[in-house]
Design a protein around this ligand. Structure first.
Ligand code: SAM
Length: 295
């Protein structure tokens, strides 16, 4: 197996969970924090470093290449205010990284490939990836297999993939009470608006309703675990009887939202854990896809 942009090796967790035996797991990753998590959990991972050096790698026959290249250059957020210029054409750094994946697939000719990316990227880039890989993307929302909404596109030559059956998981299924993470803010009462999935409030009092000022219901779904190095974005309302009291999400809850084992990222500072988890794959979506491989 060859995993490019391996992050914290969610692909390796998925292979193990799918019961697929791996002889050698080669990983290309450059972030030392992500690598440390991988090596803690899978000490036999062979780290290859920067994907741009792939021509120098000495590899045996590869059966599967997996990759989720950084979407930073491409993702156009819903309420995106053009702060950072995003690439909308198949040129630039984001495309160059995709091309590293494409080039390894072309050169190494694995039996199977899997490429993942955010669904909020420009149609031109989606079409260009589709043209290069010769397969159409499948949109899968992680909410089918986890308590988290997370829509992602998957391009693969693994055949006949269907949508996962919805497991009906909700925040209450991954919730863990922790006194130290409880917050109270009576200002929430002033501007609270109840929606289907959360209560939003506006601490600016100017109608901004910042995305992080939301309290998610225990019997609802969590938003996409963000890759940002903060711990404030996913807040859980503990009881509908008191909307001023909520709990911040813990790293273990974030791991559960990504269907990772509890404490998979233990050992790193909390904010680094959130970043690594938010950057990763929802393991059980990958398990679902890999089960369609003939092996
Ligand atoms: C979206 S994350 C992928 C996470 C991964 N799928 C997982 O399950 O953890 C993209 C990763 O690509 C890595 N990356 C960026 N540039 C790279 C390069 N030139 N070579 C190898 N990895 C790179 C980043 O450090 C980041 O961990």
């Amino acid at each position: 197996m060859l995993s490019l942009f391996d992050g914290i090796s969610c692909g390796q967790v998925a292979l193990e969970r799918a019961g697929i035996e791996v002889e050698n797991y080669y990983a290309s990753e450059i972030d030392k924090h992500a690598i440390s998590i991988t090596q803690k959990n899978y000490p036999f991972t062979i780290q290859l470093g920067d994907v741009k050096n792939w021509r120098e790698w000495k590899l045996p026959k590869i059966d599967l290449i997996m990759a989720g290249s950084p979407c930073t250059y491409w993702t156009i957020a819903k309420n995106y205010r053009a702060k950072q210029k995003k690439e909308t054409e198949p040129i630039g750094e984001g495309w160059d990284l995709f091309k590293q994946f494409y080039n390894t697939v072309t050169a190494l000719k694995p039996t199977y490939f899997l490429f993942e990316n955010n669904h909020r990227i420009s149609k031109n880039i989606i079409d260009a990836i589709t043209k290069h890989l010769g397969v159409s993307p499948i949109l899968i929302d992680s909410s089918t297999v986890s308590a988290q909404k997370r829509k992602r596109l998957y391009w693969t030559n693994i055949p006949n993939i269907t949508q996962p059956i919805d497991k009906g998981l909700l925040i209450k299924d991954i919730y863990e009470y922790d006194e130290n993470l409880i917050k109270k803010d009576i200002r929430i009462f002033d501007t609270a608006v109840i929606t289907d999935n959360y209560i939003k409030y506006d601490l600016s009092y100017k109608g901004h309703y910042s995305q992080q000022d939301r309290l998610y219901f225990l019997d609802g779904k969590a938003p996409t675990v963000p890759k940002s190095r903060t711990e404030t974005k996913v807040n859980i309302l503990i009881s509908r009887d008191d909307i001023s009291t909520y709990k911040k999400i813990s790293p273990v809850e974030a791991e559960r939202l990504q269907t990772l084992p509890d404490n998979y990222t233990y050992g790193l500072p909390k904010t680094r854990r959130f970043e690594a988890i938010g950057n990763g794959w929802t393991v059980d979506v990958i398990v679902h896809i890999l089960r369609f491989m003939k092996h």
